[in-house]
Design a protein around this ligand. Structure first.
Ligand code: ADE
Length: 286
C-alpha cells in the first residue's frame, strides 16, 4: 500500500522509520512518499501561506501550491483515495481505518498554520479528524491515520490473526493480557489462564472483553449489541463481528456480578436464545 503525504514538515514523519512501519516498508508492503508542497509554490521565497481575506490574525494556507503538487501526481497505479486531515472532518475510527486499508494508495493532505483556503477542500475525497481537539497541523493526525491503516495491511504485523481481536475491531474493547511471572507486585494472573483449558480461556476472554466495554466505554455498548444481534450496524460486513453462542449467558453472568451492567439488561433482552423447537413442542403437548 502506498501513502503519499503532502506536508510542509516532512521531518515530522520520522516515526515512519521505526518499528512495524519501517519493517512493512522494508518488506515491500508499505511505500511512503513525503512531498513538501512548498516546492510547488512557484514563488522565489517558497511561500505556502498568506494573510486571510477579511482580516483577522494568523496565516492561511494558499491553494496554489497544493493544487500544483496534486497535478504533479503520477496516474494512480490502482485505487486512490485523497484525504484531508482537519478537525472539521469525520471522526476517525477503526471502521474508517478498515475502509481506507482497502485502497492501493492514500494521498494525505496536512494543513498547517491557522487554517487553509476553503478551495483546498475540493482536492479531497473525504475529510478526517482524529479527535475533538486542535493540533498544530495535520501531520500528527496523518501519522495516526497511517499507523492505524498500515497495521491492517496483510503481512505488516506478521501475525495476521492479531488484528481481529483488537480493541474496537469487533465493536468491543479487548480482554486483558498477561505474561510471566504468575504473581507480580502482589497481583496474580487469573487462574484460568494457567489452566491450559482453551475453551474456558476463550470464554473468560470474551466475558472480560464484554465487562471492560461496559465499564470503560458504555458509549460503545449499543453499537456492539447491534453487532451481537448479527450483522453490521448498517448491515455491512465492514466491521466484522462474529456473534458467539454463549454471549447471552456471559452478559447474564456479568449482570449478576456488576450492578452497573445489571442496569443495562434491557439492552440485550433481544439476544435471548430461542428455545429449541422440540423442547417447546414437548412442553406444549404436556
Ligand atoms: N489538524 C489539526 N487538528 C486536527 C485534528 N484533530 N484532526 C485532524 N487534523 C487536524
Amino acid at each position: 500500500m502506498k501513502f503519499t503525504i503532502f506536508t510542509l514538515f516532512p521531518e515530522m514523519f520520522a516515526p515512519l522509520e521505526v518499528s512495524m512501519l519501517k519493517r512493512g516498508r522494508e518488506a515491500g508492503l508499505l511505500f511512503f512518499d513525503l512531498v513538501d508542497f512548498r516546492d510547488f509554490s512557484g514563488s522565489r521565497h517558497k511561500n505556502a501561506d498568506d494573510t486571510p481575506y477579511g482580516g483577522g490574525g494568523g496565516m492561511v494556507l494558499k491553494p496554489e501550491p497544493l493544487y500544483a503538487a496534486v497535478a504533479s501526481l503520477p496516474p494512480p497505479a490502482g485505487s486512490r483515495r485523497k484525504v484531508l486531515l482537519t478537525p472539521q472532518g469525520e471522526l476517525f475510527s477503526q471502521r474508517r481505518a478498515a475502509a481506507l486499508a482497502a485502497y492501493d494508495e492514500l494521498v494525505l493532505f496536512c494543513g498547517h498554520y491557522e487554517g487553509f483556503d476553503e478551495r483546498i477542500r475540493a482536492l479531497a475525497d473525504e475529510e478526517i479528524s482524529v479527535g475533538d481537539y486542535v493540533l498544530t497541523g495535520g501531520e500528527v493526525a496523518a501519522l495516526v491515520l497511517v499507523d492505524a491503516v498500515a497495521r491492517l495491511v496483510p503481512g505488516v504485523l506478521g501475525q495476521s490473526g492479531a488484528v481481529c481481536s483488537d480493541s474496537h475491531a469487533t465493536g468491543l474493547l479487548e480482554h486483558p493480557h498477561y505474561t510471566r511471572p504468575p504473581v507480580f507486585a502482589g497481583q496474580k494472573v487469573p487462574e484460568i489462564l494457567l489452566s491450559g483449558h482453551h475453551a474456558a480461556i476463550a470464554r473468560w476472554r470474551r466475558k472480560e472483553s464484554l465487562r471492560r466495554t461496559f465499564l470503560r466505554r458504555p458509549d460503545l455498548i449499543p453499537g456492539a449489541l447491534a453487532f451481537l444481534g448479527g450483522g453490521g450496524r448498517d448491515g455491512s460486513a465492514e466491521q466484522a463481528f462474529v456473534w458467539q453462542e454463549g454471549d447471552y449467558a456471559l452478559l447474564e453472568e456479568l449482570a449478576a456480578e456488576e450492578e452497573g451492567i445489571r442496569l443495562c439488561r434491557p439492552l440485550w433482552a433481544h439476544l435471548r436464545p430461542r428455545e429449541r423447537r422440540g423442547r417447546r413442542r414437548r412442553r406444549r403437548d404436556g
